[in-house]
Ligand binder design. Structure first.
Ligand code: GTP
Ligand code: MG
Length: 171
């Protein structure tokens, strides 16, 4: 068959936001794992959509590993940024990490689509995607296409909508 176009994507966000859980759910069911542990450093994962073959750098969000992120910025054509909608206390930390990311020389002047997942929407008292985008100041991102979806990484809800958007941005 036709070979799908390959795209490298960075999956970023604070520890415990659900990055690995989401990427796992995007893989074919026979390739999914049952036990997800906090990522050490990063993992490279692959999944496919109708027209693209994604290679994802699933980075650890732990503070001590966040300095690894920037070494992969040049590699990425797009970003998936995961936010824990139920973690109101650390939303400001997520916002600061996003700000640092957007100001990085390897990111700043590039047209990189950014897909945000407002994850853990199933948690009681989780913030809505609209509220998350307000607290994260997403409206201030003017030079990059971005999109936010509420998601439940455990059930896989909201993921398809997000990945469809990302695919459209990359064609
Ligand atoms: P690091 O690798 O440490 O950066 O974390 P991560 O962002 O990869 O998070 P991970 O996927 O390991 O998930 C952290 C925890 O959140 C796990 O216990 C997951 O089961 C849980 N989790 C992930 N997504 C959801 C969700 O949508 N809802 C709920 N309730 N829990 C979730
Ligand atoms: Mg992880």
């Amino acid at each position: 068959g036709l070979k799908k176009k390959e795209v490298h994507v960075l999956c970023l966000g604070l520890d415990n936001s659900g990055k690995t859980t989401i990427i796992n759910k995007l893989k074919p069911s026979n390739a999914q794992t049952q036990d997800i542990v906090p990522t050490i450093g990063f993992n490279i994962e692959k999944f496919k959509t109708a027209s693209l073959s994604f290679t994802v750098f699933d980075m650890s969000g732990q503070g001590r590993y966040r300095n690894l992120w920037e070494h992969y910025y040049k590699e990425g054509k797009a970003i998936i940024f995961v936010i824990d909608s139920s973690d109101k206390l650390r939303m400001v930390v997520a916002k600061e990490e996003l700000e640092t990311l957007l100001n990085h020389p390897d990111i700043k002047h590039r047209r990189m689509p950014i897909l945000f997942f407002a994850n853990k929407m199933d948690v009681r008292d989780a913030l809505s995607a609209v509220k998350v985008s307000q607290l994260m100041l997403l409206e201030t991102i003017k030079d990059k296409p971005w999109h936010i979806c509420a998601s439940d990484g455990l059930k896989g809800e909201g993921l398809q909508e997000g990945v469809d958007w990302l695919q459209d941005q990359i064609q």
